[in-house]
Design a protein around this ligand. Structure first.
Ligand code: IVH
Length: 678
């Protein structure tokens, strides 16, 4: 046999075994035999790369090269679904649909899987491209990642071009395990799924047990007039379709044909549909994957076309949802914030909505990846949750903006100083140290509650002082003649007097607070306290050690890694920082600790068992938070149990939060924790 044919034959054989193993779950050969065939193909492809197909089963393991996700236009409109929340609403929808169709109809009831939507484009039967839903008009090309999902056929027996829509999801039982590999970044299985599809390394995606169920097929005209038979065809082509499908028709012939082709599905006369829907809604929790409702679809394709579409959803289908989400609102705008250290955070400005007793009008979107994972654009309708009843989060897009569906484009430059943004890990940074926004944020941080605590200088006043050019640097806070404010609108004598007093009073804040207030990266409250406790109890000792540039002097401190050590050296050898510190010293701030600051801490956490989850601004790595707890007599464990008394949660805390809530532990966010250890 020639090599080309041999490679093709081996590929086909392996793809068949992958299908038996991953879709049918009844393998016919042993794992060893499978590995032997796989290695043989791998060898041949290495020797003869010219014959290696991009749809080869060896591509399932992914690649270590960085992926990009170029935008591509969908060739079908990728619409969403209308929805009903009650049995009554559903009955009405059925009656209206039958009336508009002016004929008897059959219906298919499917589960609405809560994962990530995917559109698979096949050319002459072979997988050509896989796009995310995106705006519905344009999606991201995630083909390389999709190829790693072994339940998806790469080469099918079909000879034509066709399109398949489906949902990628991860099982509830797999979620915890795999989220750990992503540092518990994702708050639920859906977000882990959507995040994985956008992972830049397909080899990483190959390690996540992603599943697919397909639910719509678009074949060349005239293939079949029955959705149920399209599902049967997809199954024949080795796609994975849901066995929990109901088919309701009053036509005996099509019912019988369906029974024959898809024996696993249930159904009967149309009159039984509502009862079936109600029954299925009850078993939601028994499933090992998340569903957020059921989808009721007209079976007859020609009727679908005559019923037509709105710009948002087809008129021939509706989603029956479990419960109206507690908060649903619209994204009015997406703003870019730049923090004092340059970290760029996108924030969703929301149509104000009540949730868990308070009104939410903004929610962090974390970073570019989060926006892309949600495929979020301005004007979209979104579901909002309040994690741990504190931090509002945008969970998912419920409806794209009908008039102008987009996915928000992350800016390439800082909106405040126009310098190019630099990506470092998951976040973008503005690296311009003279960025006006960073300087203003640094001022606001300096005067904040846990730092110099100058409560008369709130956000608004700082903004005023800064924009007017009165106070443009930290020493400026102590140098400005506040009497000049008497000439400004809104500043009466009493107010100015209060400002002067509190600025003066802040000069007696202890060294630990001054050190934290300077706002250096890696030197949060806990780290500043650790430095002081470990003998660096004056600025002179710190700057002298930094000048020696001997990392070990700092990295030896428990909880300080090499990164923190290097950051400290960088901050305290920088001429501008040193000049500013010198100026503050002259202005009378405390740059040496009093003996009291080194004292042992009271055992306020005695008998408490804490679990820490998520990531934190002031405790990075998280072990720093653990230390703070342990130093105060508390115990820290890795997972939630009945013994857990407190959960300290940060950004993306994962399922521990829910578990802790169930066992009745106190839920403590970072701000609260800072207060507790103060
Ligand atoms: S049908 C025009 N069927 O729900 C066809 N969608 O809100 C519209 N989904 O983006 C989709 N399971 O990602 C359909 N059995 C199912 C589904 C399903 C999950 C998702 C899909 C879609 C969203 C619509």
């Amino acid at each position: 046999m020639d090599i080309k044919k041999k490679i093709a034959a081996l590929s086909q054989e392996l793809l068949h075994h992958q299908y038996l193993y991953y879709v049918k779950t009844v393998p016919e050969i042993s794992d060893r035999e499978y590995d032997r065939l796989f290695d043989e193909l791998l060898d041949l492809e290495k020797q003869y790369p010219q014959y290696a197909s991009e749809n080869s089963p060896t591509k399932r393991v992914g690649s270590d090269l960085d992926n990009t996700f170029p935008e591509k236009e969908h060739t079908i409109p990728v619409l969403s679904l209308d929805k009903e929340y009650s049995g009554e609403g559903l009955e009405k929808w059925l009656a209206k649909t039958i009336k508009n169709a002016q004929q008897d109809l059959s219906f298919v009831v499917e589960e609405k899987i809560d994962g990530a939507s995917i559109v698979l484009y096949y050319k002459k039967g072979r997988l050509d491209a896989a796009l995310t839903r995106g705006s519905g008009i344009v999606g991201n090309d995630v083909t390389e990642n999709i190829r790693t999902i072994k339940q998806i056929p790469l080469i099918t027996a079909a000879e034509t071009d066709f399109v398949v829509r489906g949902e990628i999801y991860i099982k509830k039982s797999d979620f915890e395990n795999y989220n750990r590999k992503f540092e518990n970044r994702y708050s639920n299985p859906r977000n882990l799924t959507a995040g994985s599809l956008r992972n830049i390394k397909s080899s990483t995606v190959a390690g996540v047990p992603l599943n697919i169920l397909v639910y719509e097929g678009y074949f060349p005209a005239g293939f079949s007039n029955h959705h149920i038979l399209i599902l049967a065809r997809l199954k024949e082509l080795n796609f994975r379709i849901n066995r929990r499908v109901g088919f309701f028709s009053d036509q005996k012939k099509i019912l019988a044909l369906t029974k024959e082709k898809l024996p696993e599905i249930t159904g009967g006369a149309v009159a039984g549909l509502t009862a079936y829907v109600k029954e299925r809604m009850k078993v939601r929790d028994e499933l090992d994957y998340e569903i957020d409702g059921l989808v009721i679809k007209v079976n007859e394709i020609d009727v679908r076309e005559s019923l037509g579409y709105t710009s948002h959803h087809p008129r021939w289908a509706t989603a029956f949802k479990f419960d109206a989400p507690t908060a649903q609102t619209s994204v009015l705008d997406i703003q870019i914030q730049v923090g004092r250290n340059g970290r760029v955070t996108p924030v969703a400005i929301l149509e104000p909505v009540k949730i868990a007793g308070s009104t939410v009008s903004r929610a962090t979107l974390h970073n570019q990846e989060y926006i892309e994972m949600l495929e979020l654009g301005i004007g979209d309708k979104v579901a909002i949750s309040k994690r741990g009843d504190v931090i509002p989060a945008v969970e998912k897009v419920i409806e794209k903006n009908c008039e102008n569906p987009t996915v928000f484009k992350f800016p390439g430059a800082c909106p405040f100083c126009e310098s190019a943004l630099v990506k470092d890990g998951a976040h973008h940074f503005c690296k311009n140290r003279d960025c006006p926004e960073k300087l203003e944020r640094a001022l606001a941080y300096f005067v904040g509650k846990d730092r110099m605590d100058i409560d008369t200088l709130g956000e608004k006043t700082i903004d005023f002082l800064y924009k007017k050019g009165f106070v443009t640097s930290i020493p400026g806070i102590y140098k400005f003649n506040y009497d000049l404010l008497l000439q400004e609108e809104g500043f009466k004598e009493k107010k100015v007097e209060n400002i002067k007093n509190s600025v003066e009073k802040s000069k007696s804040q202890p060294f630990s607070r001054v050190l934290t207030a300077l706002g250096f990266d890696g030197l949060g409250k806990a780290a500043a306290a650790d430095l002081i406790k470990n003998g660096f109890d004056s600025i002179d000792k710190i700057t002298a050690a930094a000048a020696r540039r001997n990392e070990e002097e700092f990295s030896g401190i428990e909880g300080f890694g090499e990164t923190t050590a290097l950051l400290i050296i960088e901050h305290f050898t920088d001429q501008r920082n040193l000049a500013s510190i010198e100026e503050l010293k002259q202005l009378g701030l405390n740059f040496a600790a009093e003996t009291g600051e080194k004292q042992e801490l009271p055992a306020v956490f005695a008998d408490q068992v804490w679990v820490i989850s998520g990531s934190f601004e002031n405790f990075n790595p998280r072990s720093q938070a653990a230390e703070e707890i342990e130093k105060r007599g508390g115990k820290v464990t890795a997972s939630v149990s009945s013994k857990t008394t407190h959960l300290l949660f940060g950004v993306s805390p994962g399922s521990k939060l829910e578990k802790a809530r169930k066992v009745g532990g106190a839920l403590i966010d970072e701000a609260k924790f800072l207060e507790l250890i103060d």
